[in-house]
Design a protein around this ligand. Structure first.
Ligand code: ACO
Length: 369
């Protein structure tokens, strides 16, 4: 029988700096009343200059590994779902691999916008159930504050920075990720886009002058699309898991907009108390929103072993998807891990590898860039 992918570790990281709606109203023509009534957002966290998508991902990952009682070297696979990678390449996942010292892991980025975490969860689950991977780390990490136009009130009020991570481990017992659905519709690709900086519109003075390096969004159309697909994909994933909506103890939706979530819940006839919402404090952290909400739901005592959860998201692409998870928790064990020590080992290891590469290049007369 194929193994199941259990969620055995979880972690989150958000920058300390909080940007309130009141502060935003000093930057663009808006108000706390407008933002809160249209979105449900009160404040969001914004990365300091030295914080990046990878640094937030590393913090969340080390916490997830600590909870799972695993060493970075136990990981076979690292997936970073992100819409704000550090570079087009190398993958942010490789930077994370190096900074945590995951010596045996393959690493890649996944771009499915805000649905990316659901896609990543499903890809890691499929790798585990095929038997090719035993332990995987799935991360959603963003610094979208670097990609929004802080003069555009349509978008800058929505997004926040942060990261969340899950450790997935193979086990025979039926639990963990029970089903997932992934969908896309590229005919809506113009509704939410960051057009510049890729191969279609490489960065030039013109693209920068036109603001093509910023997020552009048709909010009303995204809203309509989101309310439709959230309920559809939830129903599909629940049916695929062989469950009914009554069997679901908690819905953890992508935290984009309170009204989108409420409409989806109404369509599904799920009462609001069976849904976890924290977007008032974080805004839309894109791929990070579902794992961050999961960490907070656990801390709030909303997740118990045996609970069935639906995680559901949507985003640019257009993409959408949902996963049904039976919560299980860490595997038994007593190993204690210290994230600070792991980070130090990883830094020393990375330094030695870079040094050896330089010495090797010097010894054999190769020019090092
Ligand atoms: N403050 C004050 N007024 C504003 C603001 C603001 N921050 N933003 C827009 N307005 C104005 C508009 O200019 C418009 O004025 P007009 O009528 O004179 O033209 C008016 O408010 C209404 O604008 P709408 O866009 O119709 O407002 P709406 O009620 O649709 O709310 C919002 C806008 C919040 C963006 C909503 O459409 C939404 O949340 N859409 C979904 C967006 C989303 O979830 N995006 C993320 C997807 S996930 C991912 O992949 C990253």
């Amino acid at each position: 029988m194929s193994p199941y992918a259990h969620i055995t570790g979880w972690g989150m990281a958000v920058p300390e700096r909080v940007l309130t709606n009141a502060e935003l109203s000093l930057m663009v023509e808006t108000s706390d009343e407008w933002i809160f009534s249209r979105t449900g957002i009160r404040e969001r966290h914004i990365a300091d200059p030295e914080q990046t998508t990878a640094s937030l991902a590393v913090e969340a990952s080390l916490e997830a590994l600590r909870i799972a009682r695993l060493k970075p070297a136990d990981l076979d696979l690292i997936i970073v779902a992100t819409s704000s990678p550090e570079h087009i390449f190398p993958a942010t996942a490789c930077l994370v691999q190096d900074r945590i010292g995951a010596t045996k892991a393959g690493a890649f980025d996944l771009l499915a916008a805000c649905s990316g975490f659901i896609y990543g969860l499903n890809m890691a689950t499929q790798a585990i159930s095929s038997g090719s991977v035993h332990t995987a780390l799935v991360i959603g990490a963003e610094t979208l504050s670097r990609l929004v136009d802080w003069k555009d009130r349509n978008t800058c009020i929505l997004f926040g920075d942060g990261a969340g991570a899950f450790v997935l481990q193979a086990a025979e017992e039926r639990a963990g990720v029970l089903s997932a659905v992934m969908r896309s519709d590229g005919s809506g690709s113009d509704l939410l886009t960051l057009p510049g900086g890729g191969s279609r519109f490489p960065t030039t003075i013109d693209t920068v002058t036109q603001g093509l390096h910023y997020v552009q969004m048709n909010g009303r159309e995204v809203f309509r699309f989101a309310t439709r697909v959230m309920s559809q994909s939830t129903q599909e994933a629940v049916a695929k898991a062989g469950l009914r909506l009554e069997d679901i103890q908690l819905v953890i939706p992508h935290q984009a907009n309170q009204r989108i979530i409420e409409t989806a819940l109404k369509n599904l006839e799920i009462p609001p108390e069976r849904c976890f919402i924290n977007l008032d404090r974080y805004g839309n952290t894109s791929t990070a929103s579902i794992p961050i909400a999961t960490c907070e739901a656990f801390t709030a005592g909303r997740l118990k072993p045996g609970d069935n959860i639906v995680m559901v998201g949507f985003g640019a692409g257009l993409t959408w998807g949902a996963a049904v998870v039976e919560w299980s928790g860490p595997f038994p064990g007593v190993r204690k891990l210290r994230p600070a020590r792991l980070r130090l080992y990883a830094r020393i290891r990375s330094f030695i590898l870079r040094l050896l590469r330089r010495i090797d290049a010097w010894m054999w007369g190769r020019n090092n860039p």
